[in-house]
Design a protein around this ligand. Structure first.
Ligand code: VGL
Ligand code: ZN
Length: 210
């Protein structure tokens, strides 16, 4: 597959310490995708990244709901909310990008999940679809038509970023060997891949890119 540099972007989702082995909400072997993502970065002129960036009082943290534990699901202002361990707190080490990740060429970093009462899995919109991070307009203003998506986690933030990208009209390509899932249930990542395909996303391997 040929990458049209003028109209293509690589979007790197949440490659932060808290989602990597040793972090607060680790994806098993999540660090294995870092060299693949760095290799892909060489193939794109236009690279942006998202950063999960929560205040300490964020409503997605189980610790902020007395008696609840991570993995439980609550109703949060009418939305289904999975409760997570405290992660990616603004300014903390866990919220930083992994040191091996090349960041110097990034055009923009999109911080999300900053509203204390609303979670934001997608890099485009908050989970209630009210807040817009500006990623869509950033891509449009730069003439981007094809969005290639990589990062963590395949069954949450990557999935919702892919689905929103499709819904905004971008040709959307998930690079499957450059993502991995949390898998609260063992099938979650496989189901997420199917959901993304059903929505119209393409799923490719990094080796297919020329
Ligand atoms: C994520 C759960 C909570 C992710 C972020 O990056 O996939 N998952 N916050
Ligand atoms: Zn989060």
């Amino acid at each position: 597959m040929e990458i049209d540099q003028k109209t293509s972007a690589l979007v790197i989702v949440d490659l932060q310490y808290d989602f990597l082995p040793g972090g607060a909400l680790p994806v098993v072997e999540g660090d294995r995708i870092i060299p693949i993502v760095n290799g892909l970065q060489q193939q794109f002129d236009f690279v942006v990244a998202t950063q999960d960036w929560h205040p300490a009082n964020h409503a997605s943290f189980a610790a902020n709901h007395p008696g609840k534990t991570a993995g439980e699901v609550i109703d949060l202002d009418g939305l289904r909310q999975v409760l997570w361990p405290v992660h990616c707190v603004q300014g903390s080490h866990g919220a930083e990008f992994h040191r091996d990740l090349q960041t110097h060429t990034w055009r923009k970093v999109i911080r999300k999940g900053t509203h204390p009462r609303v979670d934001s899995y997608s890099g485009f919109f908050d989970n209630n679809r009210q807040g817009d991070t500006g990623l869509g307009s950033c891509l449009r203003e730069n003439g981007i038509e094809q969005v290639f998506i990589v990062g963590l986690a395949a069954d949450y933030c990557v999935k919702f970023t892919v689905l929103d990208s499709v819904s905004l009209g971008f040709t959307t390509i998930l690079i499957a060997d450059a993502t991995k899932g949390v898998n609260l249930s063992p099938e979650d990542t496989a189901n997420a891949l199917q959901e993304m395909k059903n929505a119209g996303a393409k799923v490719i391997a990094s080796t297919e890119l020329a």
